[in-house]
Design a protein around this ligand. Sequence first.
Ligand code: ADP
Ligand code: F6P
Length: 484
Amino acid sequence: MNTAAGGPDAGSIGEHEEPPVPVDRPPIVVAANRLPVMRTEEGWSPSPGGLVRALYPLLRATGGKWIGWTGDTDDAPAPFHVDGVDLVPVPISAAEVELYYEGFSNDGLWPLYHDALRESTYDADQWDAYGAVNQRFADVLAAESPVGALVWIHDYQLQLVPAMLRAQRPDLRIGFFLHIPFPPHELFSRLPWRNEVIEGLLGCDLVGFQRPMGAMNFVASAQQLLDVEAERSDDERTAVIDVDGRRVHVGPFPISIDVAEVEEMAAGRATRQRASQIRARLGDPEVILLGVDRLDYTKGIGLRLRAFGRLLEQGLLDPERHVMVQVATPTREAIEHYQDERHEIERLVGSINGRFSRLGLPVVHYIYRTIPFEELIPLYRAGDVLLVTPFRDGMNLVAKEYAAAHIDGDGVEVLSEFAGAADELTDAVLVNPHDEQALEAAIVTAVEMHRHERRERMAGLRAQISKFDLHGWADRFLDALADL
Ligand code: ADP
Ligand code: F6P
């Protein structure tokens, strides 16, 4: 590892330090709101969320540049290198964190793009800050991208960057991938700056979404708002939009995980031992139900806790045989919707434990912390039933990581139909989490499932993720971009 002054210590964001693999492609430059590492009071640590988890191993393997924010205000150390990746920090001021990040991105776009699950704030000052930060990213990209590079911009925080970058660097091939859902036009059209967002994205050569539905929602909004011509494929999964004589390609590119990496970690003796220890510590229950999420109101953590509580109350689950573990990563803590969600979850945990725990043996184990990936893997292995119950989720990588970690071929997933992962993971117990009874029934089905069926379903899940893993995802996107 090679780190410049101001950069993190060796090994802080990854177990593996493979040298960059030379690939026959133009240089890659990634831009995302966050760098893969963030500055905290304790020093540098891995950034949260599925985006970093997916992209970082990829860039580590291919080499390239990553442009993003350190997570601290007014902080822009000199570019530094980690594991063969050049990290280029973009400064964001305290006022911009409030307006661009907490405000427009996470209190405006985030709820709107997730089925308007919470009221969005639409504020002109926030919009101005979003524009200013997007322009800064575009300027850094314009300065840092080698001639003819593939520039890959990520997620809803940076939707204006493609057009801003194209205005400065028409030589680049510009791709954008949205990690979260793109809403139907009826919802999207609430956004006061809807035309500007679509125009920003149309600066791309290729725009990728998690699901075909997201891709088609985007095409429909572009047509309705900007009156552009679009040619859809017969299967209505992809389209080409004409913009000022340029062709913008649109399609689904469902993201995945590094299956081999997770399997390798899961196979170690230390992982097996740690999984047994976890089970013993929980009082050797018959079934461990597990939830692993950022503490986000989209994830349906409260729904699953309530369902668990009702099942205990009805005697369909037994506190001496069934325990639940919920690990929740702190996230966006300055935003009121997140504070409310945390209070509600902690109230539920307290109330269920107050009613059903025994001395020294809580029935819900709740951890409000980010835990290192190497500790998450034994937890996945110890979990007999994974509960993934979002109201809406772009993909949900946890659902894929759990299957990859179950090299023992056992384990069941209860999975919301509203997670992108449900398109592929059809061997999970799929459920509409809005339906209380259906959710309870799905949990009981998973808990009581016969070993033979569990193994058959897990084999299906594992075959699916092996077929479409992270490297396949990136190759598909980057090859499509390079071929344009
Ligand atoms: P999102 O991107 O919305 O956070 P995903 O499920 O796609 O949701 O990705 C979450 C990522 O964060 C996964 O890679 C998962 O391993 C990781 N993660 C989730 N919760 C925790 C936690 N408490 N500690 C450590 N990592 C976590
Ligand atoms: O894709 C979901 C996402 O919002 C990513 O953009 C982000 O990296 C992750 O979740 C974590 O959120 P945040 O960067 O706001 O902490």
